[in-house]
Write a protein that binds this ligand. Structure first.
Ligand code: INI
Length: 155
């Protein structure tokens, strides 16, 4: 029989960093709430959750890189809200943060979950930052839990 390797969602004894940006704070604070809820629901102790605040989504990667370099965390959850305006600013920020997050994950071999919304409107952003499972912060935290467990099995 082939051996199947799947991550579980048990967070007991694990430590996570959440890097969250303040820009579009009404949305990002809802994402943060979702992410913390998900970790708590999967038995991560409050003492195992560090919340790192940065000004905007563009700053997320630098803080996440620093968190990864400490080797203190089983995973990092990145939360932000980039909402398209009239300028090309949106494209630059969205591209850099998504590319940067994946690079950090691969360079440090640590789960770095992408909970950064990239939407056309604030309305779309709010729709992805709702209660419970309609919350991308919650989803990103669950992904970090699963990948942390998977990587532990692959080490
Ligand atoms: N930062 C965001 O997180 N979301 C945005 O929608 C946004 N827009 O539209 O400009 C934004 N800009 C700030 C940026 O992330 C940096 O903080 C800033 O450029 C300073 O480096």
């Amino acid at each position: 029989m082939p051996r199947e390797i799947t991550g579980t969602l048990t967070g007991r004894g694990l430590r996570f960093a959440i890097v969250v940006s303040r820009f579009n704070r009404t949305v990002t604070s809802a994402l943060l709430e979702g992410a913390v809820q998900a970790l708590q629901a999967h038995e991560v102790d409050d003492s195992g959750i560090d919340i790192v605040h940065v000004p905007g989504a563009f700053e997320i990667t630098l803080a996440a890189e620093r968190c990864a370099a400490t080797r203190r965390y089983a995973g990092i959850i990145c939360l932000g809200a980039v909402v398209r305006g009239e300028t090309p600013h949106f494209e630059f920020i969205a591209r850099e943060v998504s590319r940067g997050i994946n690079e950090i994950a691969c360079r440090h071999s640590i789960p770095v979950a992408f909970g950064v919304l990239t939407t056309d409107t604030m309305e779309q952003a709010f729709a992805r930052a709702g209660e419970g499972h309609g919350n991308k912060g919650y989803e990103a935290a669950v992904t970090a839990l699963e990948m942390a467990s998977l990587l532990a099995q692959l080490s």
